[in-house]
Design a protein around this ligand. Structure first.
Ligand SMILES: NC(=O)c1ccc[n+]([C@@H]2O[C@H](COP(=O)([O-])OP(=O)(O)OC[C@H]3O[C@@H](n4cnc5c(N)ncnc54)[C@H](O)[C@@H]3O)[C@@H](O)[C@H]2O)c1
Length: 316
C-alpha cells in the first residue's frame, strides 16, 4: 500500500512512518520542517526511515495547494495519514491565525486533493481537547464537542467537520482519530513529559497548575501508532474515534513518577490552571476497541521510563 504521511518527521508521524515501513508499506512523507521546535530533531526522527528504499520525503508546506497538487499527481498515494499541524494548546492562544491557516486551510487543501486524486481513505489526527471542559466523562465520541477552550481544538473540530463534507459530497472515507496526550521517545519538547523531565534534570522549577490536581489521560506512542495503523486498515466510511489510555493520571502523581525515575525532587510552582486548559481528559475507548481492536497496553510508569531513557540518551 502506498501511503502519504503528512507531518511524518514529527513525533507521532515519524513513529507511524517507521511502523508502516516495518510492515512493508511504501511511504510518502510530507513535512515542512518548521521551527516550532528543532528542525534538526525532526530530521533525526527520520534516520531509520531514510535507510528504506520504500521511503520518500517531500519537503513541502500543506498550505501550498500547487505544491501539494504536484506531490499527489506524481506519487498517487492510496491512503493519507494527515498528522501535519500546529499542535500545542497554549501556543495557539498566542498565534490563532497561524493555527487556522495550517490546521484548517492545510487540511482543506489535502481533503480536496485526496478526493480529486482518488485517495481511498483519509486518516486525520484530531485531539481530546475538542471535548473542552465537558463534565460528561469519560469522553465519548457522540459528545457535541462544541465548546473548545482554545484556538487549537477549535481548528481540529473544524477539520473533523470539513472531513464530513468530503465524505458526504465526494465519498472520501475519513477516520478522525482523537488522540489523548501522547508521550514517549521523540516526544515534543513543548509537552509536559519533556518539559518536566528537562527541568527536574536541570534542577529548575516546573509549572504544575492548580497544585497538580488536573488529570490527563496519557497515552503511550506505541499504543497510538497501533491504533493509527488499525484505522488505516479498517477503512471506515466516516468515523470519529478516541485513541486514549482511558486511565487518567492526577498530575501530582505524574510528577512523582518522573521524580522517582530521575531520582530527583521537583521544585514546583503552582499557578492556577489557564482558561485554555481542561481540568480532566479521560477517553472512553470502547468504540476504538470495537472498530479497531485497539487495546492500549503501556502504563504511565513503563511509558515514562522509555521516554526518560530516550531523553537521557538522545537529548540530555
Ligand atoms: N502529541 C499529542 O499529544 C497530540 C494529541 C492530540 C493530537 N495530536 C495531533 O497529532 C498530530 C501529530 O502531533 P505531534 O505531537 O507528532 O506533533 P509534531 O509537531 O511533532 O508533528 C507535526 C509535524 O507536522 C509538521 N508540519 C507542521 N506544519 C506543517 C505544514 N504547514 N506543512 C507541512 N508540515 C507541517 C511539523 O514540521 C511536524 O514535523 C498533530 O496533528 C497534532 O495536532 C497530537
Amino acid at each position: 500500500m502506498k501511503i502519504m504521511v503528512t507531518g511524518g518527521a514529527g513525533f507521532i508521524g515519524s513513529h507511524t512512518v517507521d511502523a508502516l515501513l516495518e510492515r512493508g508499506d511504501e511511504v510518502i512523507c510530507v513535512d515542512d520542517f518548521n521551527d516550532y521546535y528543532s528542525p534538526q530533531r525532526k530530521r533525526d526522527n527520520l534516520a531509520t526511515a531514510h535507510t528504506s528504499p520504500s521511503f520518500r520525503l517531500h519537503e513541502s508546506d500543506i498550505r501550498n495547494f500547487q505544491g501539494m497538487e504536484r506531490i499527489f499527481s506524481s506519487e498517487k498515494p492510496q491512503k493519507v495519514i494527515h498528522l501535519a499541524a500546529m499542535a500545542g494548546v497554549r501556543n495557539s492562544v498566542e498565534f490563532p491565525v497561524l493555527y487556522e491557516e495550517v490546521n484548517v486551510k492545510g487540511t482543506l487543501n489535502l481533503l480536496e486533493l485526496a478526493s480529486r486524486h482518488g485517495v481511498r481513505s483519509f486518516i486525520l489526527a484530531s485531539t481530546s481537547s475538542v471535548y473542552g471542559a465537558s463534565k460528561d466523562v469519560p469522553f465519548k465520541e457522540d459528545n457535541a464537542a462544541i465548546r473548545p477552550l482554545a484556538p487549537y481544538p477549535a481548528t481540529k473540530r473544524a477539520c473533523e467537520l470539513m472531513a464530513h463534507v468530503y465524505h458526504h459530497l465526494h465519498g472520501l472515507h475519513c477516520t478522525l482519530l482523537r488522540f489523548f496526550s501522547v508521550y514517549g521517545p521523540r516526544g515534543r519538547p513543548d509537552m509536559t513529559p519533556y518539559l518536566f523531565t528537562e527541568a527536574i534534570s536541570q534542577d529548575r522549577e516546573i509549572t504544575l497548575y492548580d497544585e497538580g490536581r488536573p488529570q490527563r489521560d496519557w497515552t503511550y506512542i506505541e499504543d497510538i501508532v497501533r491504533g493509527v495503523l488499525a484505522a488505516v486498515d479498517a477503512d471506515q466510511e466516516y468515523e470519529i474515534i478516541n485513541l486514549g489510555n482511558s486511565k487518567p493520571v492526577v498530575m501530582r502523581d505524574f510528577v512523582s513518577i518522573i521524580e522517582e525515575l530521575l531520582g530527583r525532587r521537583a521544585k514546583i510552582i503552582s499557578p492556577p490552571l489557564p482558561p485554555s486548559e481542561p481540568p480532566l481528559t479521560y477517553a472512553d475507548i470502547s468504540k476504538a476497541r470495537h472498530l479497531l481492536g485497539y487495546n492500549p497496553t503501556t502504563g504511565v510508569e513503563a511509558g515514562m521510563r522509555s521516554f526518560i531513557e530516550w531523553y537521557q540518551r538522545e537529548v540530555a
